[in-house]
Design a binder for this molecule. Sequence first.
Ligand code: UDP
Length: 228
Amino acid sequence: MLKLSGEALQGGMGFGVEPKVLQAVAREVKTAVQQGVEVAIVVGGGNYFRGATAHEGLDRATADYVGMLATCMNALMLQSALEQEGVATRVQTAIEMREIAEPYIRRRAIRHLERGRVVIFGAGTGNPFFTTDTAAALRAAEIGGDAFLKATKVDGVFDCDPVKNPNAKLHKELGYRDVTTSGLQVMDETAITLCKENDIPVVVFNLYTPGNIMRALLGDPNVGTTIS
Ligand code: UDP
């Protein structure tokens, strides 16, 4: 299960999706698929809209639904980028929009994966008050995923913020508990708890290092931080 934040897709643009980033992601996913890895992807929507930091006059649930719709735009664009690389891809959404994507059906998703198709899950969990990290953890548990690969802007989990502190130290390995008790900002607690309860290791890695997505998908232990 590869989790891409919406922000990751915007590259240097500050909003929306940068075609170059999308193409680079698609190429790396393709390499992993060609080597026989079954790839599912959950994509965020923060490059368009985030419910939690929403706007005056919008109630939270409505804002979250808008956020979920934003993830679907990313899912469709990622599908198109993958298809241009020749990778068979299905989008399944947690909110039905049958004209443009399949509804989420667990057994069908598993079948697609078995047939070598990449499955992109859109619209998060379909419920407000959740995040796409939680959606990725949930789907990973449902489809029997081997790992939760979280692509970020930094190399992994550090002992302090590497953007603010150049001496920050990268952890190679952590326990789930280290993450929940130390206040390290890795992912929200619901997501990490789901991974812990279902024994799904989490790998946090830098999306912008060329080749990293492919290496993470192929299970390279030298990529990022592993939480297990
Ligand atoms: N969201 C939601 N339920 C979910 C997943 C997402 O309500 O199960 C909404 C929420 O408003 C969130 C937005 O969709 O802010 C976009 O997702 P997220 O912020 O997780 O995207 P990312 O930060 O990964 O780009």
